[in-house]
Design a protein around this ligand. Structure first.
Ligand SMILES: Nc1ncnc2c1ncn2[C@@H]1O[C@H](COP(=O)(O)OP(=O)(O)O)[C@@H](O)[C@H]1O
Ligand SMILES: N[C@@H](CCOP(=O)(O)O)C(=O)O
Length: 320
């Protein structure tokens, strides 16, 4: 669940009055999501998503996230659009939190994506990378190499609770990634969290991307590696080469990857597996028992990291 902050009907009506959004008919909390509190609103005009930005989102990053959605939508990407208030501001305040109204995107996320869906995700990711060109606000990736060390330092003392002997493995992995990380590949705006729950489909047709709250400037191929990890492994931990091939081919049909980007994929995929392992591990160790949020399994990403470590050639991902 992700409704960390309660709202009252009166406060909400007052909040909505600043927008040209009609009269409030109903609202309810949305159980999914991890970072922010989300509500679905119905008004006399249109359905809307209300997002209250919670503690982990830096208020200074909000112009980047909201401006990016406007930039991408203006360039034809299907994604939510923040609704401006009558005074032109994209952000207001509700229940003591920064809050925004964003357009409701039709569709549902897929619980069991198939190769054909992975191809569509690859295409949409590449389209997002191209649409992101020219966006002027910059946001460095806070969850890249330096951020990983910081997170690991906070979790290391208790890491054995999750699996014995992790310490040496993770320290070694971080040192190796720091030594081999490619810094001069094509970079731009990346989504950085394009998991199945952030991609909506209507039938087999991709209807749009949501949740740009980890978006940042980083290597474009790193985003591809995040998607390989999130979309192309089965529940039993095995890598599905048919899905991987479809995702990479879909991406390449819109934005071809250079030979150097291809060669870098195994290292980038280790990095992105480590990134999600570390955030999940931190949440696993720090989320209080009984908290109304579904904790995600860090070991799923440790297994993916180990898989990528034994990759010898990018062709093992299904890429030609
Ligand atoms: N623009 C939108 N249109 C429709 N549903 C949305 C939209 N934004 C969020 N949601 C719903 O809210 C859920 C949580 O949103 P998300 O942005 O992933 O939250 P968080 O940032 O907390 O992870 C999504 O799974 C989806 O069901
Ligand atoms: N995708 C991340 C967690 C972030 O959750 P989201 O609801 O913001 O997509 C993970 O799986 O670890």
């Amino acid at each position: 669940m992700a409704v960390y902050t309660d709202i009252s009907e009166d406060d909400l009506k007052h909040f909505i009055a600043a927008y040209d959004a009609g009269e409030l008919l109903s609202y309810k909390g949305i159980a999914e999501g991890v970072e922010n509190s989300n509500f679905l609103l119905h008004t006399t005009k249109f359905p809307l998503i209300l997002t209250l930005y919670e503690k982990r989102v830096d208020r200074n990053d909000l112009p980047f996230f909201l401006g990016l959605m406007q930039h991408l939508a203006a360039r034809g990407l299907s994604c939510p659009l923040p609704l401006p208030r009558r005074d032109g501001a994209l952000l207001g305040e509700l229940s003591g939190r920064p809050a925004a109204l964003i357009s409701f995107l039709e569709g549902m996320w897929l619980r069991k994506p198939e190769a054909k869906h992975c191809r569509e995700v690859g295409k949409a990711l590449a389209a997002m990378h191209l649409a992101g060109e020219g966006f002027e606000i910059r946001r460095p990736n806070a969850l890249s190499l330096a951020g990983w060390r910081e997170l690991w330092d906070k979790s290391e003392a208790r890491a054995d609770e999750v699996e014995k002997g992790l310490s040496a493995e993770i320290r070694g992995e971080m040192a190796d990634l720091e030594a081999h990380w490619s810094k001069d590949l094509p970079a731009g705006v990346i989504h950085a969290d394009l998991f199945p729950d952030n991609v909506f489909f209507i039938g087999d047709q991709l209807s749009g991307l949501i949740d740009f709250y980890f978006a940042c400037n980083d290597l474009l191929a790193y985003d591809v590696s995040i998607c390989l990890n999130a979309w192309c492994f089965e529940k039993d931990g095995s890598y599905n080469i048919t899905k991987g091939k479809a995702l990479i081919e879909g991406y390449q049909s819109v934005r071809p990857l250079s030979a150097r980007e291809m060669e870098a994929l195994p290292v980038l995929a280790r990095g992105s597996a480590l990134r999600f392992f570390l955030t999940r591990l931190y949440d696993w160790l720090t989320t209080p028992a009984g908290a109304l949020v579904v904790k995600k399994d860090p070991l799923e990403y440790l297994r993916k990291l180990r898989f990528h470590r034994q990759i010898r050639s990018t062709s093992e991902y299904g890429a030609l």
